[in-house]
Design a binder for this molecule. Structure first.
Ligand code: FRU
Length: 536
């Protein structure tokens, strides 16, 4: 009897021990699964379908973009060791169409002159720099700011340096006589943007110096002469001036051309934090002067921003990328210094905007910059749904994810005979109850984005506490718009690109339904076309 009891006890003990082992294994598995869910959900939920992100860690401004031999190059401010800003390098990616990108090894590392801040790169077709090798392809010359912290202070010494590449931008050699521009007086002195001035057979360069832009010229990219400056007391000055760009654009439908100056500013953007303003005028080879009408309009109301959304900063144009219509191609950093380092992604931080084509147009109110997604995105269109003549008398579902995956879509719409008493609100929603509202308020004459309930918003008080607004400049009685949707971003191009708003968001589940609702008055949605964008 005793032995039987003994045996039963031993058996129980064994079963107990085995079940304990099972438990601990299950616990481990649970933990592992949970970890996977965490990483999985960050990748699946937040890694954009088509906007460029580095595989790992921190990115800010786009740098040194040039086109050569079939490839668009994109360098970027990069901190390879962490997901917040730190010692800057130039990361590198290439693309054949500015839409899908392949990340390459880091192109520029910090050195004894400092870390590698923003700058530009040009293809030196005529080998004016002498950096090219005989019978080889043209050298690519990068010009950037070397930024070095002055020991024991919070100040930085900023000088301009160059580096050249004889393998089409893959690897660079730093110039032995760097820095090529030194200025001992200025604390903020950075972000050189070089371009070829064909009319005067020379290189030109603009750089940001605190509250103004300085203009330079050079014959060989090594010796630079100061020409003039522009900007003190003009335009927005709510923060430091950064990342300029300067180029000539044809005015659509005319044979006139005008010079455009981009100036990023942080803070001081129209909706808080970082944003990019622009100025239109003429250039006599030495001095940029604003167009008289433009200057008057700017003084009356400063609404000359490339993008009114909170998330398009430090954008500049591609060099050596010629377009049939003379337009410029650009890309911007899709974040804002107010909260970029706190957004809820851990593996990487920040994405770029979609690449855009920039043009100039003139209407009753003078010159205005228009920007639109580059045409190349249309090559990714897949399934299309088109709807016409929908009466919107109450909140009406337009489409949901059973038909089109709204985390990778391009939508165009038209509403005619706008009613001055109404507003037009689109709503993206998901099963977690998150919603992103955007549209046009005709009563206030404002476009808007409201991300206050868009998902994770409390990582920064500046992220969603205010509704983003943009004045409508067009007086057209019809409203047309293009909407680009990715998992964590929306890019809105209204009135043919005259008013643009770009913003990011972090929903708790993918957005899966788009609806439209009226305020006060019903209206007719003339057409809406939803294109699936496929990237695989
Ligand atoms: C703009 C900027 C530039 C600077 C870089 C540093 O976002 O502040 O002026 O070169 O970022 O990463």
């Amino acid at each position: 009897m005793k032995t039987i009891k003994h045996l039963v006890a031993i058996l129980f003990a064994m079963v107990f021990l085995l079940s304990c082992k099972d438990k601990s294994e299950t616990n481990n598995q649970d933990a592992q699964l949970q970890n996977e869910v965490v990483t999985l959900s960050e990748e699946t939920l937040y890694r954009p379908n088509y906007h460029f992100t580095p595989k790992k860690n921190w990115m800010n401004d786009p740098n040194g973009m040039f086109y050569y031999n079939g490839y668009y190059h994109l360098y970027f401010q990069y901190h390879p060791d962490s997901n917040v800003w730190g010692p800057m390098h130039w990361g590198h990616a290439i693309s054949t169409d500015m839409i899908t990108w392949r990340e390459l090894p880091i192109a520029l590392y910090p050195d004894e002159l400092g870390t590698i801040f923003s700058g530009s790169a040009v293809v030196d077709i005529g080998n004016t720099s002498g950096f090219g090798k005989v019978d080889n392809s043209a050298p690519v010359v990068a010009m950037y700011t070397s930024s070095k912290q002055i020991e024991g202070t919070d100040n930085w010494k900023q000088t301009q340096s160059i580096a050249f590449s004889n393998d089409e931008g893959k690897t660079y050699t730093k110039y032995e006589n760097n820095p090529v521009i030194d200025n001992n007086e200025l604390k903020d002195f950075r972000d050189p943007k070089v371009s070829w001035d064909g009319e005067r057979n020379r290189w030109m360069m603009v750089l940001a110096a605190g509250d103004r832009i300085m203009f330079y010229e050079s014959k060989d990219l090594k010796d630079w002469n100061y020409l003039s400056d522009f900007g003190q007391g003009i335009g927005g000055h709510g923060g430091v001036w950064e990342c300029p760009d300067f180029f000539k654009l044809p005015v659509n439908g005319t044979d006139e051309t005008k010079w455009v100056l981009f100036v990023s500013i942080n803070p001081g953007g129209p909706n808080g934090g970082s944003a990019t303003q622009y100025f239109i005028g003429d250039f006599d080879g030495t001095q940029f002067a604003m167009d008289a009408e433009f200057s008057k309009a700017l003084n009356e109301e400063h609404n000359y921003w490339i993008d009114f959304g909170k998330d398009n900063y430090a954008g500049v144009s591609w060099s050596n990328a010629s377009t049939k219509d003379g337009s410029k191609l650009m890309i911007g950093w899709m974040s804002n210094w107010q909260y970029a380092q706190a957004v809820p992604t851990e593996t990487w931080r920040s994405a770029m905007t979609v690449a855009r084509k920039v043009q100039l147009q003139q209407n009753d109110q003078g010159y205005r910059l228009v920007s639109n997604p580059v045409r190349e995105i249309e090559n990714y269109r897949g399934k299309k749904v088109k709807k016409e003549n929908i009466l919107i008398a109450e909140e009406t579902k337009i489409i949901d994810s059973k038909t089109i995956d709204l985390t990778s879509a391009e939508i165009t719409f038209n509403i005619s005979d706008l009613n001055p008493e109404s507003s037009y609100t689109f709503k993206l929603s998901n099963k977690s109850g998150d919603e992103l509202l955007f549209g046009y308020d005709h009563i206030k004459n404002n476009f808007f984005i409201n991300r206050s309930k868009s998902g994770k918003v409390d990582f920064s008080k500046d992220f969603a506490s205010k509704i983003t607004v943009a004045p409508r400049t067009s007086t057209n009685k019809n409203l047309s718009g293009k909407i680009l949707l990715d998992k964590t971003s929306i890019e809105l191009f209204f009135d043919g690109g005259e008013s643009v708003l770009t913003e990011i968001f972090f929903p708790n589940a993918p957005y899966e339904q788009l609806s439209l609702k009226p305020t006060n008055q019903e209206f007719n949605l003339d057409t809406i076309e939803v294109n699936q964008l496929n990237f695989n």
